[in-house]
Design a protein around this ligand. Structure first.
Ligand code: DGL
Length: 264
């Protein structure tokens, strides 16, 4: 593995930037290429076949540009496509899965909530993980249908987003959850709103820090960790409108302007 090559990161849209942010602070020496497949978002309502095909196109795009490792910064694409990607390509892939295990271990009420896309709940990873903890806790699942579209449209503070979110969280709150797992990388952008809706004492679990730790571990195992160029290069691509991505990049990178290139 060539240490100076970039890490490739992709998602159905802007959500994976919540993972990119963790990666860039945990691995400050690494250059990265981020691709948002916003023209094809949301993935959560699409078929496994469709998501796998999009994941192949994006993986090939990132590998053609020299990426040494791919982070699938999307729970939905991880569940639908990562097994196929690992079989078809030689580079290591890191996926994102709803963090059921830490939530189950931390729960005192015995009730945890998972907010994710409908497709993620159908994925083999989620079904297996949920099964492993079924005896220990009750897992309350809720598909966040419509939230990704609102986030992609930049409506992070709108009344419409708030009302839909409250509608989804209310039944979980009434069931007595004390852990809420964010099973979609778009949702961390709604954390301020989620905190306002949840009672005090409910912990929100975002898997991004664990993904960054796992990426470091895999890079070390492959002797691919970049000890650090003075200024790592971050490139951003989108298949859709660059505007929303540019806005969120500014927000997560402390006002650093970024150029987003429209592609495939
Ligand atoms: N960020 C994706 C995920 O983590 C969103 C899926 C979608 O596009 O519906 O699942």
């Amino acid at each position: 593995m060539n240490t100076i090559s970039p890490i490739g990161v992709f998602d159905s849209g802007i959500g994976g930037l919540s993972v990119w942010k963790e990666l860039s602070s945990a691995l400050p020496g690494e250059s990265m290429m981020y691709l948002a497949d916003s023209a094809h978002a949301p993935y959560g309502t699409k078929s496994k076949k469709y998501i796998t095909e999009r994941s192949r196109v994006i993986t090939s795009f990132l590998l053609d540009r020299g990426c040494k490792l791919i982070v699938v910064a999307c729970n939905t694409a991880t569940g639908a496509a990562i097994t196929t990607l690992r079989r078809e390509y030689e580079v290591p892939f890191i996926g994102v899965e709803p963090a059921v295990k830490p939530a189950a271990l931390a729960s005192k009420t015995g009730h945890i909530g998972v907010l994710a896309t409908a497709r993620t709940f159908k994925g083999e990873h989620f079904i297996r993980t949920k099964g492993m903890f079924a005896g220990a806790v009750e897992v309350h699942v809720q598909a966040g249908t419509g939230l990704v579209e609102l986030i992609e449209a930049g409506l992070l503070k709108s009344v419409e987003t708030h009302d839909l979110l409250e509608h989804y969280l209310r039944p979980m709150i009434e069931s007595g959850i004390d852990q809420l797992v964010l099973g979609c990388t778009h949702y961390p952008f709604l954390i301020p709103m989620i905190r306002n809706i949840l009672p005090v004492g409910v912990t929100i679990i975002d898997p991004a820090p664990a993904v960054a730790r796992q990426t470091r571990k895999v890079l070390e195992n492959f002797r691919g960790l970049n000890p650090g160029p003075d200024s790592p290069v971050h490139q951003f691509f989108t298949t859709g409108d660059p505007g929303p991505l540019e806005l969120i990049i500014k927000q997560v990178s402390g006002n650093q302007p970024a150029e987003v290139i429209r592609t495939i």
